[in-house]
Design a protein around this ligand. Structure first.
Ligand SMILES: [Zn+2]
Length: 410
């Protein structure tokens, strides 16, 4: 797909649909990391009707002789016997079915040639008047079958009363990724007692973080719950359909040199190109786990994903999540607040959700090392990360509520 098209696809906050019967402004949602529109809002302007058979969704546009077929959660649309890849997949959120914007502004105008035209610069989809004799103006549009379709899908996804502890209304799943493990010890931990290494600290903090998140009513998946090695490339696979956030836990280390034992503190990374030598060092150190792996292919995934402009959406979210988590952990940490950093981490690149990597302190510093190795230190870190995540999710839910408020067509 061409890059300029993708850029245009990222920009609109809403899509204007202009037909001979009037105009509608349809809000664009980015809550799942790719642009999507609520199908129900298309029913009036496009005469869209739907039917659902198991997880196969058939969508027909007004006067349409042919229909589009989707599978929930699958980034392909079928039309006239051919499957086309989409940016994003159809999904259900808050009782509403969402269809990828890509389908609406690319495949609809191209596959229904002559009936629709998309103007990316205006964010406008025009229904073209085919002939002057078309009765479309006078005839009322058939009321689409959306309610009947939506009903069975509503059951499990409705928002509930707020959680008494956190105030969160929706169900969220957090993937917690304790760095390294098994034959990959991570950094050797100059100031950890009893031969502990990074992989032991990250597992300890990861398990405690799971407990803290569960206590706050969130769902949690651990990429590893024991001393095993999970390939970097496979860790983000834990963060798929049922995942809102990905949090990787690590311990920092300084290379041998004058400042080796002095540098201390916590820093939180989100994915991007590394800007400083220090950021490159940390990314290289963590990506080094690839040495222990058999299935990873470095050139492919990272290069590909960094080119993918959809990244922008969740980069912003990742940066905000990083900021909130960093602020909380820095508040309880004996070391410096080293702030939010950016780095090209393999493990974050493929998650395709807001994803952060917390460097919880320096094993090469005496105070940090003691703090990280202590039960109370690990507890404080886990609790602070959990608080940051909840604050982020509260913000996220408020944004969704705003997005829904004025969402009616026209
Ligand atoms: Zn690490």
């Amino acid at each position: 797909m061409n890059v300029f098209f993708l850029i245009a696809l990222l920009l609109p906050q809403q899509v204007l649909i202009a037909t001979p019967r009037g105009q509608s402004s349809i809000p664009v949602s980015n809550e799942r990391g790719t642009a999507a529109v609520a199908a129900v809002l298309l029913s009036q302007p496009l005469g869209l009707s739907m039917s659902l058979d198991a997880s196969t969704l058939r969508v027909t546009l007004s006067g349409g002789d042919s229909s589009f077929e989707f599978d929930l959660g699958s980034p392909f649309v079928r039309f006239a016997g051919t499957a086309y890849p989409m940016v994003g997949a159809p999904y259900v959120a808050r009782d509403t079915l969402f269809l990828p914007l890509h389908w609406l502004v690319d495949y609809v105008p191209h596959l229904l040639a002559g009936r629709y035209r998309w103007d990316a610069s205006l964010g406008r989809l025009d229904e073209l008047t085919v002939t002057a004799t078309a009765p479309a103006v006078a005839a009322p549009l058939p009321r689409p079958a959306t309610p009947a379709v939506a009903a069975p899908m509503i059951a499990s996804s409705g928002a509930s009363a707020p959680n008494p502890v956190t105030g969160l209304r929706l169900s969220h799943t957090i993937v917690v990724d304790p760095g390294h493990g098994g034959v990959d010890p991570g950094n050797p931990g100059m100031y950890f007692p009893h031969g502990l290494t990074e992989k032991d600290i990250t597992l300890g903090v990861g398990r405690l973080l799971r407990a803290e998140l569960l206590r706050r009513g969130l769902n949690v998946v651990l990429t590893r719950a024991s001393d095993t090695l999970i390939d970097l490339a496979n860790r983000p696979l834990f963060c798929r359909t049922d995942c809102d956030l990905f949090v990787s836990i690590h311990v920092n280390a300084m290379p041998a040199g004058k400042r080796q034992t002095q540098v201390n503190g916590v820093e939180t990374y989100f994915l991007s190109d590394a800007k400083t030598e220090d950021q490159k060092r940390v990314a290289q150190m963590e990506n080094d786990a690839l040495r222990f792996e058999t299935t990873a292919t470095m050139e492919g995934p990272l290069a590909y994903i960094l080119r993918d402009l959809q990244l922008n959406e969740y980069l912003r979210e990742s940066a905000r999540l990083a900021e909130l988590v960093q602020g909380n952990v820095a508040g309880i940490h004996p070391g410096e607040d080293r702030g939010v950093q950016q780095g090209p981490f393999m493990v974050l690149a493929a998650a395709r959700r807001p994803a952060i990597l917390v460097e919880t302190g320096f094993a090469t510093n005496r105070d940090d090392g003691a703090f990280l190795a202590s039960a109370s230190g690990q507890h404080k870190i886990a609790s602070a990360i959990a608080d940051g995540i909840v604050t982020y999710l509260l913000e996220f839910e408020r944004k969704l509520a705003v997005g829904n408020g004025g969402g009616q067509a026209r």
